[in-house]
Ligand binder design. Structure first.
Ligand code: ADP
Ligand code: MG
Length: 262
């Protein structure tokens, strides 16, 4: 008889999509027989395991969909090395609250100071907070939009890029845009404006964006929308990559001298 009940419990758990508990039920029952928790504690533990398992799976799926180029977390960002980073703002952003307001985030700074690291780490935190994220580089995004336009599918591609709650565009400004590309970028920003957050990392200060987009008026229109509801992180400091190389003694005296002059 108890075998029958045991089978029915498993069947119900599967039907209720509590797959984790369905698999663990025998172990959980043995543990309960040993520990003799109260009915409430047993139920609490059982439900928590299922919820935790679902959350882990959801985060895993969200990270896959986000297409982060590397795994980076806020825990492994050394804030002491980069004191110019507003740690309180990073912490606030990591709650994902800015997503509900469709606020944008701009991360400025020279190469190697941790812009991409912070972008990925924040993106990950936003996934953990339950939102969809897509990571792309400015170059890859423009190439995608350009290809779609040539194939007469620009609308579809813009819709695709408008869907995630947070779109991360890495490395804006490393290569200047052609006119057509700049216009595609504008369309993307206009499409997401006040509807979904964009996080941009760039090595160019706002005053250089006219040059990046090859057009002051277009750059102003883009900046106007991006900055309207936005948070800015400016990183000033030494490249983390160079520091590591210097420590490992890989840089010659000449490079070291240049660094000190700079
Ligand atoms: P950027 O995008 O500004 O050029 P990255 O984020 O790619 O720089 O950083 C270069 C490398 O150094 C990455 O591997 C990154 O994880 C690491 N890094 C940069 N800054 C830090 C930091 N403050 N703490 C830990 N790792 C860092
Ligand atoms: Mg980078």
């Amino acid at each position: 008889m108890s075998e029958l009940v045991r089978a029915r419990v498993e069947d119900h758990l599967v039907r209720l999509r509590m797959g984790h508990v369905a698999q663990r039920i025998d172990a959980m029952l043995s543990e309960a027989a040993r520990g003799e928790p109260t009915y409430l504690d047993f139920l609490d533990g059982l439900l928590r395991e299922e919820v935790d398992s679902k959350q882990r799976k959801r985060v895993q799926m969200g990270l896959t969909i986000a297409h982060f180029p590397q795994a980076r977390t806020l825990e492994d960002f050394d804030f002491r090395f980069q004191p110019s980073v507003d740690q309180r703002l990073v912490k606030e952003l990591s709650t994902g609250r800015f997503i509900a307001l469709s606020d944008n985030v701009l991360i400025f700074g020279p190469p190697g100071v941790g812009k991409t690291h912070l972008a990925i780490a924040l993106g990950r935190a936003v996934v953990e907070a339950g939102h969809t994220v897509l990571f792309t580089s400015a170059t890859a995004m423009i190439a995608g939009l350009s290809k779609a336009e040539t194939e007469g599918k620009l609308g579809e591609q813009l819709t695709f890029l408008a869907k995630p709650k947070l779109l991360i565009v890495d490395e804006l400004g490393y290569l200047p845009f052609e006119r057509r590309s700049a216009h595609l970028f504008f369309q993307l920003v206009a499409r997401r404006y006040e509807r979904g957050s964009i996080l941009i990392t760039t090595n160019q200060s706002v005053s250089q964006w006219g040059t990046v987009f090859g057009d002051d008026v277009l750059a102003a229109a883009i900046l106007d929308r991006l900055l309207h509801h936005s948070h800015t992180l400016t990183i000033q400091g030494e490249s983390y990559r160079l520091r590591q190389k210097k420590r490992a003694g890989l840089l010659g005296r000449e490079a070291k001298a240049q660094e000190t002059e700079a």
